[in-house]
Design a protein around this ligand. Structure first.
Ligand code: FES
Ligand code: FES
Length: 190
């Protein structure tokens, strides 16, 4: 288990309301003391140094802070870290596996779906959840509607929509391939 010292200025040892928080982040158990008011996004960025999750607004509108909480996309600026005790969080840093980008990450790269990249982690986390909820064949209208909570300020949405359609289909292919890979040794052992 990783333990994390509190950042200077968080109030450790100053008698403020501190809480022990433990959760699974990107597959690893983490444990830290935080103030009760600490938002999940600040816990991830300031305590765990997972700065791929961005803060783009103060109003829970932009979606740059989107992560998965128990597999479901949430805006981490609207969740308290103490509310995540015992739960599982995935950030953009935890999406790749075995050194390979997640199909949705690869699709954003291949379709030039970013300019400055500030919105991109949140876009990708929302998109992966969109595929989980709605499946691998997504039409443009559905994608645009579902992206209502994610704002891109610079590149426009055309390539983002293309990337999500592509990433959704490629996710289906990747799922089939890994299922086949798991089945092959079992079949060989019969
Ligand atoms: Fe969370 Fe903007 S920083 S929605
Ligand atoms: Fe710059 Fe979306 S790529 S905000």
């Amino acid at each position: 288990m990783r333990q994390h010292a509190d950042d200077a200025g968080t109030g450790a040892g100053l008698g403020r309301d501190m809480y022990r928080v433990n959760m699974i982040v990107n597959g690893e158990e983490v444990d830290s003391d935080v103030e009760g008011r600490t938002l999940l996004v600040h816990f991830l960025r300031n305590h765990l140094k997972l700065t791929g999750t961005h803060v783009g607004c103060d109003t829970s509108q932009c979606g740059a802070c989107t992560v998965h909480l128990d597999g479901i996309a949430v805006k981490s600026c609207s969740v308290l870290a103490v509310a995540c005790r015992g739960r599982s969080v995935t950030t953009i840093e935890g999406l790749a596996s075995d050194g390979a980008l997640h199909p949705m990450q690869a699709a954003f790269r291949d379709n030039h779906a970013l300019q400055c990249g500030f919105c991109t982690p949140g876009m990708i986390m929302s998109s992966v959840d969109m595929v989980r909820r709605l499946g691998h064949e997504l039409d443009e209208h559905t994608i645009r509607e579902q992206l209502e909570g994610n704002i891109c300020r610079c590149t426009g949405y055309h390539n983002i929509v293309k990337a999500i359609q592509c990433g959704a289909r490629n996710s289906a292919a990747a799922t089939q391939q890994s299922a086949a890979a798991r089945a092959a040794p079992a079949a060989a052992g019969r």
